[in-house]
Design a protein. Structure first.
Length: 87
């Protein structure tokens, strides 16, 4: 890692488990997928009003997208606008 860089979950997992970057990426993707399955299951069986649960999921979806593709400050494309409008 060069000076000024920060570690991320993939690098931490690589060091912790002694695996390749590809294996670490696959593991993190699996964790994300499993988390989405759990969230969707919780929402499906929730006693909360549907609108509230859907809004909460939309917020999670937008945060994930912002983490992956930036904060959207200067970039407005259809996917970003759709995500914002879902809130």
């Amino acid at each position: 890692m060069e000076r000024g860089e920060t570690t991320n979950s993939i690098q931490c997992y690589m060091i912790q488990e002694g695996v390749s970057e590809e294996e670490a990426r696959d593991h993190i993707k699996d964790l994300i997928c499993d988390s989405w399955k759990k969230l969707n299951k919780l929402v499906a069986h929730s006693s909360l009003p549907t609108g509230f649960a859907e809004t909460a999921l939309a917020m999670v979806r937008c945060v994930e997208r912002m983490y992956q593709f930036g904060d959207w400050f200067g970039v407005q494309n259809k996917a970003n606008k759709d995500c914002q409008n879902s809130l």
